[in-house]
Ligand binder design. Sequence first.
Ligand SMILES: [Zn+2]
Length: 454
Amino acid sequence: MHPVHKTTLPILLLLGAGVHAAPLTDATLPARQADVDAIVREISPQRIHAYVEKLVSFGTRHTMSETESSTRGIGAARRWIKAELERCGAGKLDVQFQSHVHPVANRISRPTEIVNVVATLPGTQAASKDRYYVVSGHYDSRVTDVMNYTADAPGANDDASGTAAVIEMACVMSRHKFDASLVFMTVAAEEQGLYGSGDYAAKAKAAGMNIAGMLNNDIIGSSHDENGKLDNAEVRLFAEGVPPVKETTPALRTLLQTGGENDSITRQLARHVKETGERYVPDFKVNIIYRRDRYLRGGDHSPFLDAGYAAVRFTEPHEDFNHQHQDLRTENGKKIGDLVEYVDPEYVAQVARVNAASLASLALAPAAPQDVKVKTANLDNGTDLVWKANTEPDLAGYRIVWRDTTAPQWQGSKFVGNVTTYRVDLSKDNLLFGVQAVDRDGNVSPATYPFPAR
Ligand SMILES: [Zn+2]
Protein backbone atom coordinates (compact mmCIF):
# COMPACT_ATOMS: atom_id res chain seq x y z
CA MET A 1 0.00 0.00 0.00
CA HIS A 2 1.29 3.39 -0.92
CA PRO A 3 2.07 5.44 2.20
CA VAL A 4 0.91 8.79 0.84
CA HIS A 5 -2.65 9.69 1.80
CA LYS A 6 -3.87 11.49 -1.25
CA THR A 7 -5.89 14.42 -0.04
CA THR A 8 -7.92 16.29 -2.56
CA LEU A 9 -7.85 20.07 -2.45
CA PRO A 10 -10.30 21.50 0.05
CA ILE A 11 -13.65 21.85 -1.63
CA LEU A 12 -15.84 23.63 0.87
CA LEU A 13 -16.32 27.23 -0.19
CA LEU A 14 -16.91 29.34 2.89
CA LEU A 15 -19.34 32.18 2.64
CA GLY A 16 -18.31 35.42 4.30
CA ALA A 17 -14.56 34.90 4.20
CA GLY A 18 -12.94 36.11 7.39
CA VAL A 19 -15.73 34.95 9.67
CA HIS A 20 -15.34 31.34 10.59
CA ALA A 21 -17.83 29.81 12.97
CA ALA A 22 -15.72 26.69 13.33
CA PRO A 23 -11.93 26.47 13.59
CA LEU A 24 -10.04 25.70 10.39
CA THR A 25 -9.56 22.06 9.53
CA ASP A 26 -8.44 20.33 6.34
CA ALA A 27 -12.10 20.12 5.39
CA THR A 28 -12.92 23.79 5.99
CA LEU A 29 -9.85 25.39 4.37
CA PRO A 30 -11.42 27.47 1.59
CA ALA A 31 -10.43 26.47 -1.93
CA ARG A 32 -10.85 29.99 -3.26
CA GLN A 33 -10.66 33.54 -1.95
CA ALA A 34 -13.28 35.94 -3.28
CA ASP A 35 -10.69 38.71 -3.54
CA VAL A 36 -8.37 36.64 -5.72
CA ASP A 37 -11.29 35.64 -7.96
CA ALA A 38 -12.21 39.32 -8.32
CA ILE A 39 -8.63 40.27 -9.31
CA VAL A 40 -8.52 37.52 -11.94
CA ARG A 41 -11.84 38.72 -13.36
CA GLU A 42 -10.70 42.35 -13.48
CA ILE A 43 -7.59 41.72 -15.65
CA SER A 44 -8.50 43.17 -19.05
CA PRO A 45 -7.13 42.01 -22.43
CA GLN A 46 -8.45 45.25 -23.98
CA ARG A 47 -6.33 47.41 -21.67
CA ILE A 48 -3.33 45.10 -22.15
CA HIS A 49 -3.71 45.50 -25.91
CA ALA A 50 -3.82 49.29 -25.56
CA TYR A 51 -0.68 49.27 -23.38
CA VAL A 52 1.23 47.14 -25.92
CA GLU A 53 0.19 49.44 -28.77
CA LYS A 54 1.19 52.52 -26.80
CA LEU A 55 4.62 51.04 -25.97
CA VAL A 56 5.19 50.12 -29.63
CA SER A 57 4.23 53.68 -30.65
CA PHE A 58 7.48 55.03 -29.16
CA GLY A 59 9.29 53.62 -32.22
CA THR A 60 12.27 52.28 -30.33
CA ARG A 61 12.72 51.71 -26.61
CA HIS A 62 16.38 50.82 -26.96
CA THR A 63 18.22 51.57 -23.71
CA MET A 64 20.53 54.10 -25.44
CA SER A 65 17.79 55.65 -27.59
CA GLU A 66 16.89 59.29 -27.17
CA THR A 67 15.32 60.59 -23.98
CA GLU A 68 14.29 64.18 -24.87
CA SER A 69 11.42 63.57 -27.29
CA SER A 70 7.93 63.20 -25.87
CA THR A 71 6.89 60.75 -28.60
CA ARG A 72 9.94 58.62 -29.50
CA GLY A 73 12.56 56.71 -27.55
CA ILE A 74 13.02 55.17 -24.13
CA GLY A 75 12.67 58.46 -22.23
CA ALA A 76 9.15 59.05 -23.54
CA ALA A 77 8.28 55.40 -22.90
CA ARG A 78 9.31 55.44 -19.24
CA ARG A 79 7.62 58.78 -18.57
CA TRP A 80 4.40 57.36 -20.04
CA ILE A 81 4.65 54.17 -17.93
CA LYS A 82 5.18 56.25 -14.77
CA ALA A 83 2.28 58.60 -15.59
CA GLU A 84 -0.03 55.66 -16.34
CA LEU A 85 0.79 53.98 -13.01
CA GLU A 86 0.34 57.27 -11.14
CA ARG A 87 -3.01 57.81 -12.84
CA CYS A 88 -4.48 54.35 -12.31
CA GLY A 89 -2.97 53.83 -8.85
CA ALA A 90 -3.59 57.36 -7.52
CA GLY A 91 -3.49 57.38 -3.73
CA LYS A 92 -2.51 53.69 -3.62
CA LEU A 93 0.71 53.10 -5.55
CA ASP A 94 4.00 54.77 -4.69
CA VAL A 95 5.57 55.24 -8.14
CA GLN A 96 9.27 56.11 -8.49
CA PHE A 97 12.02 56.16 -11.05
CA GLN A 98 15.00 54.17 -9.79
CA SER A 99 18.08 54.94 -11.83
CA HIS A 100 21.80 54.58 -12.10
CA VAL A 101 24.33 55.66 -14.72
CA HIS A 102 25.92 52.61 -16.26
CA PRO A 103 29.52 52.96 -17.47
CA VAL A 104 30.68 51.82 -20.89
CA ALA A 105 30.38 48.04 -21.19
CA ASN A 106 30.17 45.33 -23.84
CA ARG A 107 26.72 46.47 -24.95
CA ILE A 108 26.81 50.08 -23.61
CA SER A 109 28.79 52.40 -25.90
CA ARG A 110 28.56 55.54 -23.70
CA PRO A 111 27.67 56.11 -20.04
CA THR A 112 23.89 55.68 -20.00
CA GLU A 113 21.24 56.42 -17.40
CA ILE A 114 19.30 53.21 -16.83
CA VAL A 115 15.89 53.83 -15.30
CA ASN A 116 13.46 51.38 -13.71
CA VAL A 117 9.86 52.39 -13.06
CA VAL A 118 8.98 50.96 -9.64
CA ALA A 119 5.42 51.04 -8.28
CA THR A 120 4.97 49.80 -4.72
CA LEU A 121 1.65 48.84 -3.13
CA PRO A 122 2.42 48.86 0.60
CA GLY A 123 1.16 45.98 2.69
CA THR A 124 -1.48 46.75 5.30
CA GLN A 125 -0.36 44.38 8.07
CA ALA A 126 2.46 45.58 10.36
CA ALA A 127 3.90 42.08 10.71
CA SER A 128 3.92 41.54 6.91
CA LYS A 129 4.49 44.89 5.21
CA ASP A 130 8.28 44.43 5.14
CA ARG A 131 7.81 41.21 3.15
CA TYR A 132 7.86 42.00 -0.59
CA TYR A 133 6.85 40.23 -3.79
CA VAL A 134 8.25 41.67 -7.01
CA VAL A 135 6.71 41.25 -10.46
CA SER A 136 8.68 42.53 -13.42
CA GLY A 137 8.81 43.03 -17.18
CA HIS A 138 11.41 44.89 -19.27
CA TYR A 139 10.32 47.86 -21.35
CA ASP A 140 13.51 48.24 -23.40
CA SER A 141 13.68 46.74 -26.92
CA ARG A 142 16.21 45.93 -29.63
CA VAL A 143 16.71 44.88 -33.26
CA THR A 144 19.27 42.56 -34.90
CA ASP A 145 22.27 44.68 -33.90
CA VAL A 146 22.01 45.10 -30.14
CA MET A 147 23.92 48.42 -30.42
CA ASN A 148 21.48 49.93 -32.94
CA TYR A 149 19.54 52.49 -30.91
CA THR A 150 17.88 54.41 -33.75
CA ALA A 151 16.06 51.81 -35.88
CA ASP A 152 12.44 51.00 -35.15
CA ALA A 153 12.38 48.29 -32.48
CA PRO A 154 8.72 47.66 -31.63
CA GLY A 155 9.47 44.96 -29.04
CA ALA A 156 5.77 44.12 -28.92
CA ASN A 157 6.28 40.64 -27.51
CA ASP A 158 9.81 41.20 -26.11
CA ASP A 159 8.85 42.70 -23.85
CA ALA A 160 5.94 45.11 -24.19
CA SER A 161 3.83 42.03 -23.40
CA GLY A 162 5.45 41.61 -19.96
CA THR A 163 5.46 45.36 -19.35
CA ALA A 164 1.75 45.62 -20.23
CA ALA A 165 0.95 42.70 -17.92
CA VAL A 166 2.80 44.41 -15.05
CA ILE A 167 0.99 47.73 -15.64
CA GLU A 168 -2.39 45.96 -15.77
CA MET A 169 -1.67 43.99 -12.59
CA ALA A 170 -0.54 47.16 -10.79
CA CYS A 171 -3.72 49.01 -11.78
CA VAL A 172 -6.07 46.16 -10.86
CA MET A 173 -4.33 45.06 -7.67
CA SER A 174 -3.94 48.61 -6.31
CA ARG A 175 -7.70 48.57 -5.78
CA HIS A 176 -7.30 45.62 -3.37
CA LYS A 177 -5.55 45.23 -0.01
CA PHE A 178 -2.80 42.79 0.94
CA ASP A 179 -0.93 41.98 4.14
CA ALA A 180 2.49 41.99 2.43
CA SER A 181 3.86 44.59 -0.01
CA LEU A 182 3.84 44.24 -3.80
CA VAL A 183 6.35 45.80 -6.17
CA PHE A 184 5.27 46.23 -9.81
CA MET A 185 8.43 46.94 -11.74
CA THR A 186 9.28 47.65 -15.35
CA VAL A 187 13.00 47.72 -16.02
CA ALA A 188 15.38 48.89 -18.74
CA ALA A 189 18.62 47.45 -20.19
CA GLU A 190 17.54 43.82 -20.12
CA GLU A 191 18.85 43.51 -23.67
CA GLN A 192 22.14 45.27 -22.81
CA GLY A 193 22.98 42.90 -19.91
CA LEU A 194 20.15 42.80 -17.31
CA TYR A 195 21.40 46.09 -15.86
CA GLY A 196 18.03 47.45 -14.71
CA SER A 197 16.94 44.41 -12.73
CA GLY A 198 20.55 43.84 -11.66
CA ASP A 199 20.69 47.29 -10.09
CA TYR A 200 17.39 46.72 -8.26
CA ALA A 201 18.41 43.27 -6.97
CA ALA A 202 21.84 44.49 -5.80
CA LYS A 203 20.33 47.47 -3.96
CA ALA A 204 17.64 45.25 -2.42
CA LYS A 205 20.24 42.77 -1.20
CA ALA A 206 22.47 45.53 0.21
CA ALA A 207 19.46 46.99 2.07
CA GLY A 208 18.55 43.56 3.46
CA MET A 209 15.15 43.77 1.77
CA ASN A 210 12.99 40.71 2.39
CA ILE A 211 11.88 39.77 -1.14
CA ALA A 212 10.00 36.52 -0.62
CA GLY A 213 9.45 35.96 -4.34
CA MET A 214 10.14 37.52 -7.75
CA LEU A 215 8.14 36.82 -10.92
CA ASN A 216 9.74 37.83 -14.23
CA ASN A 217 7.51 38.15 -17.31
CA ASP A 218 9.49 38.21 -20.54
CA ILE A 219 8.01 37.21 -23.93
CA ILE A 220 4.51 36.27 -22.79
CA GLY A 221 2.69 37.54 -25.89
CA SER A 222 2.31 34.86 -28.52
CA SER A 223 -0.25 32.09 -28.49
CA HIS A 224 1.09 30.51 -31.71
CA ASP A 225 4.16 28.46 -32.51
CA GLU A 226 6.43 29.23 -35.47
CA ASN A 227 4.25 27.09 -37.77
CA GLY A 228 1.17 29.06 -36.83
CA LYS A 229 -0.30 26.37 -34.60
CA LEU A 230 -2.42 27.70 -31.73
CA ASP A 231 -1.23 26.93 -28.20
CA ASN A 232 -2.97 29.36 -25.88
CA ALA A 233 -3.59 27.10 -22.89
CA GLU A 234 -0.19 26.98 -21.22
CA VAL A 235 2.78 29.05 -20.15
CA ARG A 236 6.32 28.00 -19.27
CA LEU A 237 7.62 28.77 -15.79
CA PHE A 238 11.40 28.45 -15.49
CA ALA A 239 12.52 27.58 -11.97
CA GLU A 240 16.07 26.89 -10.88
CA GLY A 241 16.89 24.11 -8.45
CA VAL A 242 20.50 24.07 -7.29
CA PRO A 243 22.36 27.24 -8.32
CA PRO A 244 25.52 26.77 -10.43
CA VAL A 245 27.86 28.31 -7.84
CA LYS A 246 31.58 27.60 -7.66
CA GLU A 247 31.63 27.03 -3.89
CA THR A 248 28.91 24.92 -2.32
CA THR A 249 27.57 26.58 0.83
CA PRO A 250 26.74 24.46 3.92
CA ALA A 251 23.01 25.08 3.30
CA LEU A 252 23.29 23.90 -0.28
CA ARG A 253 25.26 20.83 0.78
CA THR A 254 22.54 19.96 3.32
CA LEU A 255 19.88 20.39 0.66
CA LEU A 256 21.71 17.91 -1.57
CA GLN A 257 22.53 15.50 1.27
CA THR A 258 18.83 15.20 2.08
CA GLY A 259 17.59 14.82 -1.49
CA GLY A 260 16.16 18.34 -1.45
CA GLU A 261 17.44 19.46 -4.86
CA ASN A 262 13.85 20.14 -5.97
CA ASP A 263 13.00 21.99 -2.77
CA SER A 264 15.06 25.15 -3.18
CA ILE A 265 13.11 28.32 -2.33
CA THR A 266 12.67 28.96 -6.05
CA ARG A 267 11.16 25.51 -6.68
CA GLN A 268 8.84 26.07 -3.67
CA LEU A 269 7.77 29.37 -5.22
CA ALA A 270 7.18 27.72 -8.60
CA ARG A 271 5.15 24.93 -6.95
CA HIS A 272 2.99 27.56 -5.24
CA VAL A 273 2.54 29.59 -8.45
CA LYS A 274 1.50 26.49 -10.41
CA GLU A 275 -0.95 25.35 -7.74
CA THR A 276 -2.48 28.81 -7.31
CA GLY A 277 -2.43 29.80 -10.98
CA GLU A 278 -4.10 26.61 -12.17
CA ARG A 279 -6.69 26.83 -9.37
CA TYR A 280 -7.79 30.37 -10.24
CA VAL A 281 -7.31 30.28 -14.02
CA PRO A 282 -9.19 27.21 -15.24
CA ASP A 283 -8.07 25.25 -18.32
CA PHE A 284 -4.68 26.94 -18.29
CA LYS A 285 -1.50 25.02 -17.53
CA VAL A 286 1.60 26.33 -15.78
CA ASN A 287 4.36 24.17 -17.22
CA ILE A 288 7.24 24.29 -14.74
CA ILE A 289 10.64 23.78 -16.37
CA TYR A 290 13.35 22.67 -13.97
CA ARG A 291 15.92 25.09 -15.32
CA ARG A 292 17.07 28.65 -14.51
CA ASP A 293 15.94 29.91 -17.93
CA ARG A 294 15.87 28.75 -21.54
CA TYR A 295 18.95 26.62 -22.32
CA LEU A 296 22.08 28.59 -21.27
CA ARG A 297 20.13 31.86 -21.34
CA GLY A 298 19.16 34.35 -18.66
CA GLY A 299 16.70 37.08 -17.80
CA ASP A 300 15.72 39.70 -15.26
CA HIS A 301 15.10 37.05 -12.58
CA SER A 302 18.79 35.95 -12.81
CA PRO A 303 20.20 38.83 -10.70
CA PHE A 304 17.55 38.06 -8.05
CA LEU A 305 18.61 34.40 -8.02
CA ASP A 306 22.24 35.50 -7.72
CA ALA A 307 21.27 37.71 -4.76
CA GLY A 308 19.78 34.67 -3.03
CA TYR A 309 16.10 35.38 -3.66
CA ALA A 310 13.45 32.99 -4.99
CA ALA A 311 12.83 34.05 -8.60
CA VAL A 312 11.11 32.51 -11.63
CA ARG A 313 10.51 33.39 -15.29
CA PHE A 314 7.28 33.21 -17.31
CA THR A 315 7.64 32.77 -21.08
CA GLU A 316 5.19 31.68 -23.79
CA PRO A 317 5.35 27.97 -24.78
CA HIS A 318 6.94 28.43 -28.25
CA GLU A 319 9.15 31.35 -29.15
CA ASP A 320 9.25 32.48 -32.76
CA PHE A 321 12.76 33.82 -33.35
CA ASN A 322 11.61 35.61 -36.53
CA HIS A 323 9.54 37.77 -34.21
CA GLN A 324 12.21 38.86 -31.73
CA HIS A 325 15.43 40.90 -31.86
CA GLN A 326 14.95 41.40 -35.63
CA ASP A 327 15.26 44.31 -38.04
CA LEU A 328 11.82 44.96 -39.52
CA ARG A 329 11.70 43.55 -43.03
CA THR A 330 9.86 41.23 -45.39
CA GLU A 331 11.53 38.01 -46.57
CA ASN A 332 9.83 35.61 -49.01
CA GLY A 333 6.55 37.36 -48.34
CA LYS A 334 6.97 36.91 -44.55
CA LYS A 335 6.98 39.89 -42.22
CA ILE A 336 9.95 39.62 -39.85
CA GLY A 337 10.11 41.56 -36.60
CA ASP A 338 8.57 41.88 -33.14
CA LEU A 339 5.30 43.38 -34.37
CA VAL A 340 2.14 44.10 -32.41
CA GLU A 341 0.09 41.92 -34.78
CA TYR A 342 1.90 38.83 -33.43
CA VAL A 343 0.82 39.54 -29.85
CA ASP A 344 -2.41 37.96 -28.61
CA PRO A 345 -3.77 40.19 -25.81
CA GLU A 346 -6.15 37.48 -24.61
CA TYR A 347 -3.14 35.19 -24.10
CA VAL A 348 -1.14 37.89 -22.30
CA ALA A 349 -4.18 38.40 -20.05
CA GLN A 350 -4.21 34.70 -19.14
CA VAL A 351 -0.55 34.86 -18.12
CA ALA A 352 -1.23 38.09 -16.19
CA ARG A 353 -4.11 36.33 -14.39
CA VAL A 354 -1.80 33.50 -13.31
CA ASN A 355 0.72 36.08 -12.05
CA ALA A 356 -1.93 38.13 -10.27
CA ALA A 357 -3.58 35.14 -8.59
CA SER A 358 -0.18 33.95 -7.35
CA LEU A 359 0.90 37.37 -6.13
CA ALA A 360 -2.42 37.99 -4.40
CA SER A 361 -2.33 34.60 -2.73
CA LEU A 362 1.27 35.13 -1.59
CA ALA A 363 0.64 38.65 -0.26
CA LEU A 364 -2.58 37.68 1.54
CA ALA A 365 -0.95 34.66 3.20
CA PRO A 366 1.45 34.60 6.15
CA ALA A 367 5.17 34.23 5.52
CA ALA A 368 6.44 30.72 4.88
CA PRO A 369 7.51 29.25 8.26
CA GLN A 370 11.10 29.84 9.38
CA ASP A 371 13.67 27.46 10.87
CA VAL A 372 11.77 24.34 9.93
CA LYS A 373 13.68 21.29 11.15
CA VAL A 374 13.23 17.55 11.15
CA LYS A 375 14.41 15.85 14.34
CA THR A 376 17.01 13.18 13.66
CA ALA A 377 18.18 12.22 17.17
CA ASN A 378 16.39 8.84 17.08
CA LEU A 379 16.16 6.42 14.19
CA ASP A 380 12.46 5.75 13.58
CA ASN A 381 9.90 5.57 10.82
CA GLY A 382 7.96 8.73 11.64
CA THR A 383 8.83 12.34 10.96
CA ASP A 384 9.11 14.84 13.82
CA LEU A 385 8.96 18.39 12.57
CA VAL A 386 9.63 21.57 14.55
CA TRP A 387 9.59 25.23 13.45
CA LYS A 388 9.65 28.80 14.70
CA ALA A 389 6.28 30.45 15.40
CA ASN A 390 5.09 32.99 12.82
CA THR A 391 4.33 36.52 14.09
CA GLU A 392 1.23 37.49 12.06
CA PRO A 393 -1.73 38.36 14.35
CA ASP A 394 -4.22 36.54 12.09
CA LEU A 395 -2.27 33.28 12.01
CA ALA A 396 -4.52 30.23 12.35
CA GLY A 397 -1.86 27.53 12.29
CA TYR A 398 0.24 25.35 10.06
CA ARG A 399 -0.17 22.68 7.42
CA ILE A 400 2.23 19.81 6.83
CA VAL A 401 2.52 18.79 3.18
CA TRP A 402 4.31 15.84 1.61
CA ARG A 403 5.00 14.10 -1.67
CA ASP A 404 6.97 11.24 -3.17
CA THR A 405 10.62 12.10 -3.81
CA THR A 406 9.93 11.91 -7.56
CA ALA A 407 6.66 13.87 -7.52
CA PRO A 408 6.70 17.51 -8.62
CA GLN A 409 3.70 18.80 -6.63
CA TRP A 410 2.50 18.15 -3.06
CA GLN A 411 0.35 15.03 -2.82
CA GLY A 412 -0.79 15.01 0.80
CA SER A 413 -1.53 17.59 3.46
CA LYS A 414 -2.67 17.89 7.06
CA PHE A 415 -3.70 21.05 8.90
CA VAL A 416 -2.21 20.65 12.39
CA GLY A 417 -3.40 23.81 14.18
CA ASN A 418 -1.37 26.49 15.93
CA VAL A 419 1.54 24.40 17.17
CA THR A 420 5.28 24.58 16.47
CA THR A 421 6.03 20.88 16.49
CA TYR A 422 4.24 17.94 14.95
CA ARG A 423 4.89 14.26 14.40
CA VAL A 424 3.67 12.69 11.14
CA ASP A 425 3.42 8.91 10.93
CA LEU A 426 5.08 8.89 7.53
CA SER A 427 8.74 8.19 6.92
CA LYS A 428 11.26 10.97 6.19
CA ASP A 429 13.25 8.24 4.42
CA ASN A 430 10.64 7.90 1.68
CA LEU A 431 8.94 11.27 1.30
CA LEU A 432 9.68 14.97 1.03
CA PHE A 433 7.99 17.25 3.57
CA GLY A 434 7.15 20.93 3.86
CA VAL A 435 5.47 23.18 6.41
CA GLN A 436 3.09 25.97 5.38
CA ALA A 437 1.57 28.77 7.47
CA VAL A 438 -2.20 29.40 7.26
CA ASP A 439 -4.16 32.49 8.32
CA ARG A 440 -7.71 32.65 9.70
CA ASP A 441 -9.16 33.30 6.23
CA GLY A 442 -7.44 30.15 4.97
CA ASN A 443 -4.66 31.84 2.97
CA VAL A 444 -1.78 29.38 2.73
CA SER A 445 1.93 30.24 2.38
CA PRO A 446 4.42 28.39 0.19
CA ALA A 447 6.06 25.45 1.94
CA THR A 448 9.38 25.54 3.76
CA TYR A 449 11.70 22.58 3.37
CA PRO A 450 12.88 21.15 6.71
CA PHE A 451 16.58 20.88 7.36
CA PRO A 452 17.90 18.23 9.73
CA ALA A 453 18.13 19.31 13.38
CA ARG A 454 21.56 18.13 14.48
ZN1 LIG B 1 13.15 40.00 -23.31
